[in-house]
Design a protein around this ligand. Structure first.
Ligand SMILES: Nc1ncnc2c1ncn2[C@@H]1O[C@H](COP(=O)(O)OP(=O)(O)OP(=O)(O)O)[C@@H](O)[C@H]1O
Length: 489
C-alpha cells in the first residue's frame, strides 16, 4: 500500500487514555498496521502527552476525548502536532460529537468500543493521504506596471500546475491549493463546501486535471438546475420508453464519467429517494439505467459540492447520514472572499486585465480610493460577484484607472444595499396597489416571486448575486422558478 512507500522510517504511534487498559488496547493497533511501527507510547494524562509532543513528533495520535476534556483541548493537540494523524475516540459517540471533534482538528472519530481493525483501517487511510506530494511552489510574481508607476504585483499560480485558474495567494487559499494537490491523486470522494461563488467548481476542475484521470472526462451535474424528475436519468441514464419523452437509450453522467470524474454540484438539493440510489452506486459501483434491468458497473471518482451546511442538512433529515459519511471522505472548505481580503485586489486586477482585453478598453489598474472600497466591501456573492462587478465597470466606463465613482452604487454605499432591492419591490407593489381591492392579500408565493424577480432585475438576471443579496442560496431561486413554472401550468 501507499503508506509503505511514504514512510522509510518506523511510524510512531502515541495513545492518550486515562484508562491504562484502554490505552494498551488501542496501542495494539500497531500490530495491525501494514507499516513498520516503533513501540507505541502510552499516556494517561493530557499534560505529559502535550509536553512530550513539544519535544517529539508523532505520526499517529489516538486521543480519548473524555481524557483530554473536550474540543478546545483537542485543538491544542492539533496545533501542537499539525502533521500527525489524529484519531479521536470517545465513549459518547454521536454525529455532532464526531463533527465537532473533526472541526477541532481530528482526522477521524471512533465510538468506543471499536474494533482494532477499524482503528487500523482509519489510520492506514490517513497515512496513505500523507504520501509525499510536491511542495506547493509559491505563486510567482509578475510585475504588471513599471516600478515608477506604483507597481502592482500580480501573483499567479505556477503554470500548468492544474491550479492556474485559481487566483489568490492568501494563507487560506494556500491551504486549499495544498489540499487539492494532496487529494487529486486519491480515488476517494472529495466533498467541497463553501458559499456560492467561492470557486467550488474551479476547485473540482483542478482536482480532476491534477489526477491520473485527467485524460478522461470530468462530467458535471448541477443537482439544483435539473428538474427533480429528470435528475435520476441525467445521472444514471435511461432506456427507450422509460418515461414520456424517452425516445432513445441514453447513457447518463455516471457512464460518461467512466474512468474519469463525476462532479455532483449542489448535492444538497438532491432528494432523499435519489440519495439512496446514489448511496447504492457508491457502495457497489453499479447502477441501472432508468427502466432497464441490466446492471452496469463504472469506475468514476466522485467529487461533490454544496453551499449548504451538510451536517445541518443531515440533522434536519434532508440529507442521508450514511451518504454523508460515504461522500465526506476528503473535505475541502472554500473560504468566503471576505475572510481572505488579501486576494480581493489580486482577483480584481486579473479580471480587469481580462475584461479590458476582451472589451478593448484601456484599463490598467485601480486608483487608491477604488482599491480601498473594493477591499473593504463584504462581497456576499464572493468571487463571482467581484468578477461580474469588474466586467460591469469595464463595459460601462473607459480610462486608465478604475476610480471610486466607477464602482457600482452597491459597492460604493453598501448601507444602501437593501434599499436598492427592497425599494424596487416596494415601488412595484405601490404601483400595483390602486388596482387591488383593499382586502386583497397577495399570496405569499406571489410576493416571494416579485421580490426575487426584483432582485434578479437589480443584478441583470445574475442569479448568484441576486441570491447573495437576498441571503438565500442560488438553488432556492432555481427551485422557486421551477415551482412558478409548475403553477403556471
Ligand atoms: N480563486 C478564484 N480564482 C479565479 N476565479 C475564481 C476563483 N474562485 C471563483 N472564481 C470565479 O468565480 C466564478 C464562480 O466560481 P465557481 O462557479 O467555481 O463557484 P461556486 O462556488 O461553484 O459557485 P456556486 O455555489 O454558485 O455554484 C467563476 O467565474 C470562477 O471562474
Amino acid at each position: 500500500m501507499g503508506s509503505n512507500q511514504a514512510f522509510t522510517r518506523p511510524v510512531t504511534v502515541r495513545v492518550l487514555d486515562m484508562s491504562a487498559s484502554e490505552a494498551a488496547r488501542s496501542a495494539a493497533v500497531t500490530a495491525k498496521l501494514k507499516v513498520r511501527c516503533s513501540d507505541p507510547v502510552l499516556y494517561s494524562d493530557p499534560s505529559s502527552c502535550l509536553d512530550d509532543l513539544a519535544r517529539n513528533n508523532t505520526d499517529v495520535l489516538v486521543l480519548d476525548l473524555e481524557t483530554i476534556g473536550g474540543d478546545e483541548a483537542l485543538e491544542a493537540f492539533a496545533v501542537r502536532c499539525p502533521s500527525s494523524v489524529i484519531i479521536a475516540v470517545s465513549a459518547k459517540g454521536s454525529v455532532s460529537r464526531a463533527v465537532s471533534a473533526m472541526r477541532a482538528g481530528a482526522h477521524d472519530f471512533l465510538t468506543k468500543p471499536f474494533s482494532l481493525d477499524m482503528l487500523a483501517s482509519k489510520i492506514s487511510f490517513q497515512l496513505d493521504q500523507r504520501k509525499p506530494v510536491p511542495i506547493v511552489i509559491p505563486a510567482t510574481e509578475q510585475l504588471l506596471k513599471d516600478q515608477s508607476d506604483n507597481a502592482i504585483r500580480i501573483p499567479r499560480a505556477p503554470a500548468a500546475s492544474g491550479l492556474e485558474k485559481l487566483i489568490g495567494r492568501s494563507v487560506a487559499m494556500s491551504v486549499v491549493y495544498d489540499q487539492i494537490k494532496r487529494m487529486a491523486p486519491s480515488h476517494a470522494p472529495v466533498f467541497i463546501t463553501g458559499e456560492s461563488g467561492t470557486g467550488k467548481e474551479l476547485c473540482a476542475n483542478a482536482l480532476h486535471s491534477l489526477s491520473e484521470r485527467k485524460s478522461e472526462r470530468l462530467v458535471t451535474i448541477n443537482c439544483a438546475a435539473i428538474p427533480r424528475d429528470l435528475i435520476e436519468s441525467e445521472i444514471f441514464g435511461h432506456v427507450r420508453g422509460a418515461f414520456t419523452g424517452a425516445t432513445d437509450n441514453r447513457a447518463g453522467a455516471a457512464e460518461q464519467a467512466d474512468g474519469g470524474t463525476l462532479f455532483l454540484d449542489e448535492i444538497g438539493e438532491m432528494d432523499l429517494l435519489l440519495q439512496s440510489k446514489l448511496l447504492r452506486f457508491l457502495q457497489t459501483g453499479t447502477f441501472q439505467r432508468l427502466g432497464d434491468t441490466t446492471t452496469r458497473k463504472v469506475d468514476a471518482r466522485i467529487i461533490c459540492a454544496t453551499n449548504r451546511n451538510p451536517l445541518a442538512e443531515v440533522t434536519a433529515g434532508r440529507f442521508r447520514e450514511d451518504l454523508y459519511y460515504r461522500l465526506h471522505v476528503l473535505p475541502i472548505q472554500l473560504p468566503p472572499l471576505r475572510e481572505r481580503r488579501d486576494d480581493i485586489l489580486i482577483l480584481a486586477q486579473t479580471f480587469l486585465e481580462r475584461f479590458a482585453a476582451e472589451e478593448r478598453r484601456g484599463f490598467r489598474g485601480f486608483d487608491a480610493d477604488a482599491e480601498t472600497r473594493l477591499t473593504a466591501y463584504n462581497w456576499p456573492g464572493n468571487v463571482r460577484q467581484l468578477e461580474n462587478t469588474i466586467r460591469q465597470i469595464v463595459v460601462m466606463n473607459d480610462g486608465l484607472a478604475v476610480t471610486f465613482d466607477m464602482l457600482p452604487m452597491l459597492i460604493r454605499d453598501p448601507s444602501g444595499r437593501s434599499g436598492t432591492i427592497v425599494d424596487l419591490s416596494r415601488e412595484r407593489a405601490r404601483a400595483a396597489a390602486p388596482a387591488r381591492a383593499f382586502s386583497t392579500i397577495e399570496p405569499l408565493w406571489a410576493q416571494e416571486k416579485r421580490i426575487i424577480e426584483d432582485a434578479l432585475d437589480a443584478f441583470d438576471g445574475n442569479i448568484a448575486m441576486a441570491a447573495a443579496a437576498l441571503e438565500i442560496s442560488p438553488s432556492t431561486i432555481y427551485r422557486k422558478r421551477q415551482s412558478w413554472q409548475e403553477r403556471s401550468g
